[in-house]
Ligand binder design. Sequence first.
Ligand code: NAI
Length: 257
Amino acid sequence: MNRLNNRICLVTGAASGIGLAIAETFLREGATVLLTDIDAAAGERHVARLRDEGLNALFQQHDVTDEARWTQVLSTVKERWGRLDVLVNNAGIAVLGDVETLTLAQWRKTNAVNLDAVFIGTQQAIAVMKGQGGSIINVASIEGFIGEPMVPSYNASKGGVRIFTRSAAAHCARKGYAIRINNLCPGYAATAMISGGLEEMGGDVAQQFQSYLQQRIPMGRLGLVEEIAKGALFLASDDSSYMTGSDLVVDGGYLAQ
Ligand code: NAI
């Protein structure tokens, strides 16, 4: 129950879905969590609910593509707590469009949120954690291992995250920083990202995709956000003390076949 006692954690994209579940899991394990998101209304609402339960949650509005805002958010963390123990780079978007129809603007937008922001966050968190150590968790995806015809920019961004994490992790370990950096790679989980995608596909295509997924996933169902969050808890806690530059796949067996 207290695997993250007294840890100071920052979770981006924490106003819904997987990010919110990770924040809640960390809070219930004794952590103080700064939840950030571009959606201030949802973020404030969830933090009020969590604080009512007596949990140490705070919210700040934060667009992860804004480098200057990252500096402000991390300055607040330093001023308030003097350190950062865990960063979860979770904020992400999925844009539908195959390689023939996707626009360059859509490609760039996906990569700005899913990949560039992970670089900015990781770089700035290392500067804060350097003297004391910490854990950085980059939320990649099974879609960073395989190609899915409908989401080429998403595939590229998540594949980029997976390899970037290895490079940054090796750098920190070689420098003796005691900072571990790993990828959490969820399979399909029932969140707004998936329901939004299905809505966009519409009608028959959405139904076909849903039944394809169910057949494709050996465990025959989507993941629960709480099941994904348990992976983040492992990477955040000392239980993963010998793990860095690696992938933790939580996917109901999707990549196994
Ligand atoms: P979601 O859509 O429920 O939540 C994403 C959150 O990120 C939202 O609260 C949104 O407001 C926020 N966000 C979007 N752009 C932002 C920005 N520029 N700055 C700050 N916040 C921003 O999505 P979900 O499913 O919870 O996804 C979370 C992470 O998990 C993403 O990185 C996603 O790619 C990854 N993932 C999700 C899977 C799934 O099946 N749901 C599977 C594998 C990975």
